[in-house]
Design a protein around this ligand. Structure first.
Ligand code: PLP
Length: 407
């Protein structure tokens, strides 16, 4: 299995020494966190070129998380669309149900390396919280997860999962009581307990070194997919599609292909009820340059810089800002961005379940919506890989309710 190894080409020179991807990224945090971020950067810098660390990481990814994940030819979805071949990268088969475990394992190993015995994390839908609780149990680390009170109610099952694995879930009652407030609380905790505590951030976002580090822990997705499609089809895919919340599963799939000009890439954001203020979370469709939670990037905000309300049927894409590396590649025209609406997602969620026997996460279904549109537009000689970032078990109750089914 390919390692998350050291830089080797031009694309690898990003971010620069100050954590910038062009005008995006950086380190916008309280001074009290600077020492911790510098320590993390140093330790990660050593670990990424340490063959023993990489070997241990690969072992846990294989034995604990279940890598490599299959690249699956979705034959019936392909027939249904009547165009390009659709392949699914099956991150949904990973332990705890989504790609998030790749990063959680990597950062837990770094916490151990730094001698930090306490871990904190934020979570929205609960997927990152569950992944973090799981790795903390495995490595014997104390675990505190911050979660908005509204999300705790919506995702009661994931709250109980985390508690079963020994994590303490702390309810956050401020503001909208969702992910943004949970991140604020986690950062407050980190400032207070920085000497003993590592903050496992759940996406390719935040202050340097998080966007780059989280990306690197997910690069294994694209590295495997490249090997698998070459073995299966003898050539590179024509298009890659992945959903974009903070951006970690997407950049994880895309990164290994950035140097391949023939491969088109599209990130899919949450179009919610449509692109109107407060009804969506498509940062590239309505956002402007700003700073939020450590990072300069595209943000959904009002003219005064106040963060706008966001909406998506999928909690994992429901965030007002997007990872800085995506903003950079969007400016460069190297990655395109589209969105899928709640209605499209609900329909495709059922279609994929029925045709393939795979219940996709609502987040991943956004990618599927766009992948299927592209498949219809392209001929049968073309190949599309869609990142199935997670499984939909966590979403079935919500979907039943939306469809008016009584369970
Ligand atoms: C969290 C989550 C996402 C969104 O996060 P990214 O960092 O953008 O990948 C997407 N899919 C699933 C299944 C998730 O749990």
């Amino acid at each position: 299995m390919p390692a998350t190894s050291a830089p080797r080409a031009a694309r690898f020179s990003l971010p620069d020494a100050a954590g910038h991807f062009g005008p995006y990224g950086g380190i916008f945090v309280p001074e009290t966190l600077m020492a911790a971020l510098e320590e993390l950067e140093t330790v990660y810098g050593e670990a990424r070129v340490d063959p023993l660390f990489q070997k241990e990481l690969r072992r846990h990814l294989s034995e604990f998380a279940g890598r490599p994940t299959p690249l699956y030819f979705a034959e019936r979805l392909t027939q249904h669309c009547g165009g390009a071949k659709i392949y699914l990268k099956r991150e949904d088969l990973l332990h705890t149900g989504a790609h998030k475990i790749n990063n959680a394992i990597g950062q837990a190993l770094l916490a151990v390396r730094m001698g930090k015995k306490r871990v904190i994390a934020e979570t929205g839908a609960g997927q990152h919280g569950v992944a973090t609780a799981s790795v903390c149990a495995k490595f014997g680390l104390e675990c505190v997860v911050y979660m908005g009170a509204v999300d705790m109610e919506r995702q009661a099952l994931n709250v109980f999962r985390m508690r079963l694995m020994g994590a303490e879930v702390r309810s956050v009652d401020a503001g909208q009581k969702t992910l943004k407030e949970a991140i604020n609380e986690a950062m407050r905790d980190w400032v207070t307990n920085v000497r003993t505590t590592h903050y496992i951030l759940g996406t390719a976002y935040g202050a340097k070194p998080y966007p780059e580090m989280v990306r690197d822990f997910h690069r294994v997705i694209g590295a495997e997919a490249k090997e698998q499609i070459l073995a299966r089809e003898g050539r590179l895919p024509d298009e890659l599609v992945a959903c974009v919340g903070g951006g970690s599963n997407a950049i994880g799939l895309f990164f290994e292909f950035l140097d391949e000009p023939s491969v088109k890439m599209t990130g899919v954001e949450a179009g919610g009820r449509g692109i109107r203020k407060g009804d969506h979370a498509a940062r590239f469709a309505g956002g402007k340059l700003g700073v939020l939670q450590g990072c300069k990037t595209y943000i959904l905000q009002d003219p005064d810089g106040q963060i706008e309300l966001t909406h998506s049927v999928s909690a994992g894409l429901d965030y007002a800002a997007v990872g800085p590396e995506h903003a950079f590649y969007r400016d460069k025209g190297r990655i395109d961005y589209a969105y899928a609406t709640d209605d499209e997602v609900l329909e495709t969620f059922q279609l994929c379940s029925r045709l393939e026997g795979i219940i996709p996460a609502l987040e991943s279904t956004h990618a599927l919506v766009h992948g299927m549109k592209r498949a219809r537009a392209l001929g049968p000689e073309k190949i599309i890989i869609v990142n199935l970032s997670g499984r939909g078990d966590k979403d079935v109750q919500q979907v039943a309710k939306l469809l008016g089914e009584k369970l």
